[in-house]
Ligand binder design. Structure first.
Ligand code: ADP
Ligand code: MG
Ligand code: MG
Length: 251
């Protein structure tokens, strides 16, 4: 088991009027066996956390630390983060015209592991994962994200996660825009990935709906760039009935 440890993280973004601090001292420890949900109102900094962990150049970490198994994540390049076992499914993944899903996944897996996966087992695993995610086999030969529907993008994210087998996955609004059936399939995909191996999940979401399918061990409410409250799954249930008003008034 390893720990992703975020300590007093401050992150700024460059805007037209200068640097704006979005994360204002965020602290969080996630074990590779746990699922943590980060919830919060729009604009509270949830995606900023995901981008900062991903090493997006627009998001500057001004202070604080992020370590994975004691290693300094902030010193790592984007590639090194993936090799270290961090998986970031982005809210709006880019199109990669001309690169098929199969080739994209295999290239990514080879980069992360430092060697190409054995073709036979890889192919088997890929089709099994796709089947479980209720994906059409033809999907594998389509160009990455080109003309993908919202639901296909999300399934593709989970497929990537299952094939890359990271130690930690940060899923930013994987639930947004999904109908109930797709949400269930995607959630089952997350649960399956956790069953097969150690996988710490940081599930970022505005809505409590996905938490009925992927039960978190810990729930954190992010308000104005800080964790305003942490608790167990009951905190999500409370947010479901009360919303974020209580936190917004305090902020
Ligand atoms: P959330 O994901 O919780 O809705 P975000 O992290 O997307 O929140 O945004 C937090 C705040 O930071 C918002 O006020 C948003 O407008 C601002 N912000 C985020 N990214 C940028 C950016 N690239 N440029 C300017 N402002 C940004
Ligand atoms: Mg948002
Ligand atoms: Mg967001």
């Amino acid at each position: 088991m390893t720990t992703l440890s975020i300590k007093d993280l401050h992150v700024s973004v460059e805007t037209e009027t200068g640097a704006k601090e979005i994360l204002k001292g965020l602290t969080l420890d996630i074990n590779s066996t746990e699922t943590h949900a980060i919830m919060g109102p729009n604009g509270s900094g949830k995606s900023t956390l995901a981008y900062a962990l991903a090493g997006h150049p627009r998001y500057e970490v001004t202070s604080g630390s992020v370590t994975l198994g004691g290693e300094d994540v902030l010193e790592m390049t984007v590639d090194e983060r993936a090799k270290a076992g961090l998986f970031l499914a982005m809210q709006y993944p880019v199109e990669v015209p001309g690169v098929t899903v199969t080739n994209f996944l295999r290239t990514a897996k080879t980069a992360v592991d430092g060697e190409a996966p054995k073709l036979r087992t890889w192919t088997k695993e890929l089709s099994a994962s796709m089947k479980n995610l209720r994906m059409d086999p033809d999907f594998a030969s389509r160009s990455v994200n080109e003309g993908f529907s919202g639901g296909e993008k999300k399934r593709h994210e989970i497929l990537q996660m299952q094939m890359l087998k990271p130690q930690f996955a940060v899923l930013d609004e994987t639930d947004s825009g999904l109908d109930v059936d797709a949400l269930r399939v995607v959630s089952e995909g997350v649960n399956a990935a956790k069953e097969n191996s150690d996988l710490g999940v940081l599930l970022i979401t505005h809505y409590t709906r996905i938490l009925q399918y992927v039960r978190p061990d810990h729930v954190h409410v992010l308000v104005n760039g800080r964790v305003a409250e942490s608790g167990g799954p009951e905190l999500a249930d409370r947010l479901e009935s009360e919303g974020y008003d209580r936190f917004l008034v305090e902020a």
